[in-house]
Design a protein around this ligand. Structure first.
Ligand SMILES: [Cu+2]
Length: 134
């Protein structure tokens, strides 16, 4: 293929068209649970990690300090065999996953009010983390 071939321009436009179609498909999809359908640019996390997720492994929350948008859906993955909870410290009505059995994944909704919310595992109260909503 010669780099000066006139076909090259057509190929480039075809590729651009494919990307446009993919972008449109991504916008109309919206059902993958990572962001509201209307605003694909506002991801659940504020610092580019893409998905709001807390992983529990070896009796530790990771990340220990997760930042999310108000009302974001947060997935919690329990990789231990023991059950754990993600429960707001003090007032558990703020958020509380209840028992997450070993190997299970649950989802809860972040508070709609900005702030820094400490949480713990009610079964192992020495397990602590912070959820920052902003
Ligand atoms: Cu626990």
């Amino acid at each position: 293929m010669s780099p000066t071939s006139p076909r090259r321009g057509r190929a480039a436009r075809a590729v651009a068209g494919v990307f446009t179609l993919l972008a449109l498909a991504g916008c109309s999809n919206g059902g993958n649970g990572t962001a509201p359908a209307t605003s694909p640019s506002s991801a659940a996390t504020s610092d580019g990690t893409g998905t709001a997720r807390i992983v529990i492994e070896n009796f530790t929350f990771s990340p220990a300090d997760l930042q999310v948008r108000p009302g974001a859906k947060i997935t919690v993955v329990n990789r231990d065999s023991d059950p754990h909870t993600v429960t707001a410290t003090g007032d558990k009505t703020t958020f509380d996953t209840g028992n997450i059995t070993g190997g299970a994944t649950v989802t809860f909704t972040a508070p709609s009010k900005a702030g820094s919310y400490s949480y713990l595992c009610t079964i192992h109260p020495n397990m602590k983390g912070t959820l920052t909503v902003r």
